[in-house]
Design a protein around this ligand. Sequence first.
Ligand SMILES: O=C(O)CCC(=O)C(=O)O
Ligand SMILES: [Fe+2]
Length: 355
Amino acid sequence: MSANSHSRRQHAGDVLTSRPVQAGTLALIDVAPLRSNDPQARAAVAEQIRAACVDNGFFVICNHGISEHLQQQLFTQAADLFALPDAEKRLLDKSLSAANRGYEALGNQQLQPGSLPDLKEGYYMGRDLAADHPQVMAGKFNHGPNVWPAQLPQFRPLMESYLQQITELAELLMRGLALSLNLPENHFDDFCHEPLTTLRLLHYPPQPVDAAANQRGAGAHTDFGGLTLLLQDAVGGLQVWSEADQCWLDIAPQAGTYIINIGDMFARWTNDLYRSTLHRVINRSGRERYSIPFFYSGNADHRVECLPGCCDSGETPRYAATTVEQHYREMYRRTYSAQPPASPPSGRQATTEVH
Ligand SMILES: O=C(O)CCC(=O)C(=O)O
Ligand SMILES: [Fe+2]
């Protein structure tokens, strides 16, 4: 996270108000024309993407090609997985995997400094790489084999099918994003080569009525990578920071769609022309909430620096050049610096301060 987004995050963290917004507040973009052979049809989508990215970096997509049936099957698998006995989940703990694949216990991550540990549990998957794959042999961050719960026979085939489809969709959007920046559609091909990807199942128990003021399902943060494609269930709880209104916007779920947001890489590439915007989750519904974000983070060795044309000559870019790997390692260091608890925390436990 940048110095800029860090100070924005501190300010936003102090704001307690939120306001509900209409489902239509985020731009709804039909992405089917990105698959057409007509360059004008593709350019028209790119123009809508650009407007959304300059605004707050969040938009909703429809006609994306992934079936609602598959999406529902994923939610069923997620509910079954998190309902497993604690002892079984712990055998799948991601701390046992060199690639951070598998189960993450409640309170393991702390996305917002000064908040209590996040009131969510998760399950991490990604591009499945054998132990002898060159990127694994080279020790690339979070690269390696997936971990599968043998208790759920449908889990692996469904997740593998979804990983393939959602990765293709992310790559289609990366082409649209290149176009939106007046770049050749293949501009991000190097970034998209052998990418780091993370598919995460998340379960947010209801926020306790007597929860501390700084208890969140997911504390305020910007996403670390290139692009996030988020599937949320009908419960709600996602909030996006509005710079213009200086308050949190409650984002209503829209069945079948994806909420897309761009991450820190785009802020770096575009010198903040495209916004990597703060968001958080607080599940005040009284019900269990499930979400399934997919993070498209790009090639570990890809060098991320200000694009030509996004910085005036003589102007110093706001962000130093980095690589995907360096940025990820730093963000994991910050948000996982609290030691993993030996047993699920009560949700009121004090946490190690991260800066
Ligand atoms: O669960 C959600 O709706 C959002 C999760 C999120 O922002 C994240 O995992 O980065
Ligand atoms: Fe996020």
